[in-house]
Design a protein around this ligand. Structure first.
Ligand SMILES: [Zn+2]
Length: 413
């Protein structure tokens, strides 16, 4: 890899992601992999100058829920061309998911291959009969603790729980993960309530899982859901069918009053929500309502898509759609943008990414339109810079739909 030269973007309007208003006529200087200055007119002699007249500079975007590491050579060019400079991998269906993910994380970090920053789990942790075959199974507390330790030793950034993890295994895992400083994220398992997950310290909840079940006006849903889940070992198909139907019923009988205390708890505990509205299918309308209410209650939000995990969710494009849906749910364009930039950095506890500020990694996206006027303008990518290197987006294929290649939906969607 050739060392990055200095880059100066001149006359550009900077939307730095901190929440500050857009600033016109800025010069942004990038040296090596870092942002050297913002607003300073001094341009290094050897700098490559990019005229930013009429353009907008935003932080690189993070898709905080993907399953794209099985075919990175297909996914990475699409992500980068769409301005996505970081991903949170949430499971990989492969023989050795953690080894593969850790290798890819290292290879993109050293620029051996061109791809977004990766944070990753190992295989997700599910009950004795897992939904996904590469999942690690834990039927009791002891095996859950062993699984957490294996993830830590293998280099996982966090651990993800899934639908059928039993209660005792879940709470043992939560305690062990805390001890190991391994954030616990994922679905809210069927045998645990969303409130319990928040109190156990789960750091993020995906796809609004557990929310509809907790907020329905129909008091029988919880019992019926557990009955349907108990069918899983006997007939996966019948079990999944019943659980689907119950989820739709719960969404249709959603009661905002019932959920108000839960959202207060999420806000207080900083239980982040990654709603993946783009992947919610038939319950999306209800999902929009939920996100609107959560946002008003101060629940912290992340932008993610489930690309690679849900059919018809295209890597890259889908994150822009998710931002549009977040705006539809009541976020301002600035807040939607922050869900995919600054919030990702805060959630990950990283000070090197997420905003366009001096000293940050130079992961930035140049746009042809103002995303604060119309969030759809995040799609108008003029240039992408990753770790100080200008990505040749023109050479990246923008689209070729591959709906959920080789994947299967979970039982709840
Ligand atoms: Zn997923």
């Amino acid at each position: 890899m050739v060392a990055a030269l200095a880059i100066a973007i001149t006359h550009v309007t900077v939307i730095d992601g901190t929440g500050a208003p857009a600033r016109a006529e800025q010069t942004v200087v990038i040296e090596g992999s870092r942002i050297r200055s913002v607003g300073d007119a001094r341009i290094p002699k050897d700098a490559q100058v990019i005229d930013g007249t009429g353009k907008y500079l935003i932080p690189g975007l993070w898709d905080m829920h993907v399953h794209l590491l099985a075919r990175p050579e297909k996914a990475f060019p699409k992500l980068l061309a769409s301005g996505i400079t970081g991903i949170r991998n949430m499971h990989l269906e492969a023989e050795d998911p953690l080894v593969t993910a850790v290798r890819l994380r290292r290879e993109v970090a050293s620029a051996a291959i061109e791809g977004p920053h990766i944070v990753t789990n190992g295989p997700m942790i599910d009950g004795p009969i897992p939904v996904w075959s590469a999942a690690v199974t834990a039927g009791d507390a002891a095996s859950a603790r062993r699984a957490a330790l294996a993830m830590k030793k293998g280099g996982a950034d966090f651990v993800k729980v899934y639908d059928f993890l039993p209660r005792d295994a879940y709470f043992a895992l939560a305690a062990e993960a805390r001890k190991l400083h391994l954030p616990l994220v994922g679905h809210v398992p069927i045998w645990v309530t969303a409130e319990e997950a928040a109190r156990a310290g789960q750091r993020s909840v995906e796809h609004l899982s557990g929310i509809f079940e907790s907020c329905t006006a129909d008091g029988n849903v919880d019992r019926d859901m557990k009955r349907a889940a108990n069918l899983w070992p006997i007939s996966r198909q019948e079990s999944a069918k019943q659980m689907h139907a119950l989820l739709f019923h719960a969404a249709a009988t959603y009661d905002p009053q019932i959920c108000a205390p839960l959202y207060r708890l999420f806000a207080e505990k900083r239980t982040w929500q990654c709603p993946t509205l783009v992947a919610l299918g038939e319950v999306r309308e209800a999902g929009l309502r939920v996100v609107r209410q959560m946002h008003a209650a101060g629940v912290p939000l992340l932008a993610g898509t489930d690309a690679g995990g849900s059919a018809n969710v295209e890597p890259g494009e889908s994150l822009h759609r998710e931002l549009e849906l977040l705006v539809e749910a009541g976020l301002t364009p600035m807040e939607a943008l922050q869900a995919a930039t600054r919030n990702a950095a805060v959630f990950l506890g990283r000070k090197d990414i997420g905003t366009v500020e001096k000293g940050r990694l130079a992961d930035v996206v140049l746009l042809d339109g103002n995303p604060l006027e119309d969030i759809r303008n995040t799609r108008r990518v003029a240039a992408v810079i990753l770790r100080g290197r200008l990505i040749d987006a023109a050479s990246s294929p923008q689209s070729s739909a591959t709906p959920g290649a080789g994947t299967q939906p979970g039982p709840r969607r």
